[in-house]
Design a binder for this molecule. Structure first.
Ligand code: BG6
Length: 506
């Protein structure tokens, strides 16, 4: 039985890449899993002049190409629910036609006024489209709920995020607005909550008494692909740290919520953001390292440097790599350094959290190397999703030599369990009206506030270097300098969860 309420799903920017690659395949998967209501219609809206028949054909091939689910038996029935209309996003007069189109679709498909407006457009339109929808009354909830889903980036800095917030709140209420951070939709990111709060054994150790430092890495082997125009206005700090990595930090660091109610979880996330120790401008050069990839040869293929990519200025100062050290000033985390690292054109694609536990107070055994690195809990977000615990064991033989060994769980071992994509989960939650996994305004603003000194100093301060790093390497050479304990380095993860080091398979 389908439990979702009937509704129309309107995608602004329907001719774009995100719609083809992620949104429509995810909706199709929900359809196959019977999680969409029987009375459902999707209206694609864009500037391009495309007929409904052409749109259906494009989406049919997108579902086949970017397959979320193996079952293709429902494609024909699904695409019959898709419609398309052209609009000039910034011309309010065309929104009356949209309203009529929606009314017609509703009566033909027997759907009430419930509507989701998904903004998959350039961010410059995030103020314009909601205001125009409101101008023709499409924000009003008298005939059914109306929800807005907004892709990141939510603003480009604190000032623009506040402006956007204010302009949205003129016509829409906070509970109508769903800000997507697709990392929160990842099964493995949500599993952080389950790992932490369903197991009694982790919680007593999860604090400054036992944890030495926390390391979070999100590495990508790809470059900026064809997104030079966007990336030049963003850079790694805005693209990955302000949203995805700070959200992952918050889930790693938050207090247990009082319940699984959205407000309870989001309040705890917000408290983490509010406890981030402000970075002083004078300290930026000591706690933040930025880099930009240079041309290099990877596995026999020459890859261009960032400045040679299409849409990038030849003297661009945009960072494609960031490493950051910071603290969370509260009772749980006082004094524990958090290290975050992200970059394009790194050796492999991997996102993981590493909890480094403190060494024993007195080390009885031989093998100093072991002492620095033992007891790590690695929570792998992607790929080879799973959890790895590293600990010391006696090397068989005479004496008491210690070696590191691994105990690991891989999601793959759950055999028939398929991991739904982040978009599938988030779209489904938005249909149910569950905002738990969406970023609240205050979180977004706190995250911008926290990073403002770094952005300002990088923008104005020529004394802070932008280091080059050859594509296919782990970023600037001096990135280990951030780590306080001089005997420690970042973990250099590999494709397989259990491997690390410079020489493993990538
Ligand atoms: C997006 C960024 O939000 O996340 C991209 O804009 C990045 O630059 C992507 O590649 C990474 O997402 P994932 O799910 O592949 O880790």
């Amino acid at each position: 039985m389908n439990i979702s309420e009937n509704h129309i799903y309107v995608i602004f920017g329907a001719s774009g890449d995100l719609t083809r690659r992620k949104l429509v395949p995810a909706l199709y998967s929900l359809f196959i899993r019977k999680l969409l209501p029987d009375n459902f219609a999707l209206l694609g809206v864009s500037r391009s002049s495309v007929s409904t028949a052409e749109f259906r054909e494009q989406m049919r091939s997108a579902i086949n190409q970017f397959k979320e689910i193996d079952d293709v038996s429902g494609i024909e029935e699904f695409v019959r629910k898709l419609f398309y209309t052209t609009i000039q996003f910034d011309d309010v007069s065309t929104y009356s036609a949209l309203k009529q189109e929606l009314a017609l679709l509703r009566s033909e498909s027997n759907i009430c006024g419930n509507t989701i407006f998904y903004l998959s457009t350039p961010p410059g339109l995030y103020g314009v489209i909601p205001a125009n929808l409101a101008a023709v009354g499409l924000n009003l909830q008298d005939d059914g709920w109306k929800r807005l889903i907004i892709e990141k980036p939510f603003g480009n800095d604190l000032g623009s995020a506040m402006q956007l917030k204010e302009s949205l709140l003129l016509d829409w209420s906070e509970d109508q607005i769903f800000r997507i951070d697709h990392y929160l939709g990842k099964e493995t990111v949500q599993n952080l909550l389950v790992t932490r709060f369903s197991n009694g054994m982790f919680e007593p150790l999860w604090n400054r008494n036992y944890i030495h430092h926390v390391e979070i890495t999100s590495a990508e082997s790809i470059g900026i692909e064809k997104r030079g125009g966007y990336y030049e206005t963003s850079g790694a700090l805005r693209d990955m740290v302000q949203n995805h990595l700070l959200q992952v930090t918050a889930l790693t660091a938050m207090e247990p919520p009082s319940s699984l109610e959205p407000a309870a979880i989001r309040n705890e996330i917000l408290k983490v953001f509010q406890s981030l120790r402000p970075i002083q401008r004078k300290d930026v050069q000591h706690v933040a390292i930025r880099g930009q990839y240079l041309s290099s040869t990877i596995k026999g293929t020459v890859v261009p440097g960032y400045r040679e990519e299409a849409g990038v200025a030849p003297d661009s100062q945009t960072e494609t790599f960031v490493a950051l050290k910071f603290y969370i000033d509260n009772w749980r985390w006082g004094g524990v350094p958090f290290y975050i690292r992200t970059g394009k054109r790194l050796p492999t694609r991997v996102t993981e959290i590493v909890i480094h536990f403190k060494p024993t107070p007195h080390f009885l055994f031989s093998g100093d190397k072991h002492r620095q690195s033992c007891n790590q809990l690695v929570i792998r977000i992607q790929p080879d999703e799973g959890i790895l615990l590293k600990f010391g064991m006696k090397t068989p033989g005479s004496g008491f030599e210690v070696q590191n060994v691994n105990m690991e769980f891989h999601y793959d071992d759950l055999s028939i369990q398929r991991l739904p994509s982040a978009y599938e989960r988030l779209i489904y939650d938005s249909i149910k009206g569950d905002a738990t996994l969406f970023a609240r305004t205050e979180e977004v603003l706190e995250a911008w506030k926290f990073l403002t000194p770094v952005m300002d100093v990088w923008k104005n301060g020529h004394e802070v270097p932008l280091y080059g790093y050859p594509a296919g390497t782990w970023g600037p050479d001096n990135v280990d300098d951030l780590i306080e304990d001089k005997e420690m380095t970042w973990r250099y993860p590999c494709k397989n969860l259990s491997d690390d080091g410079f020489f493993c398979e990538l």
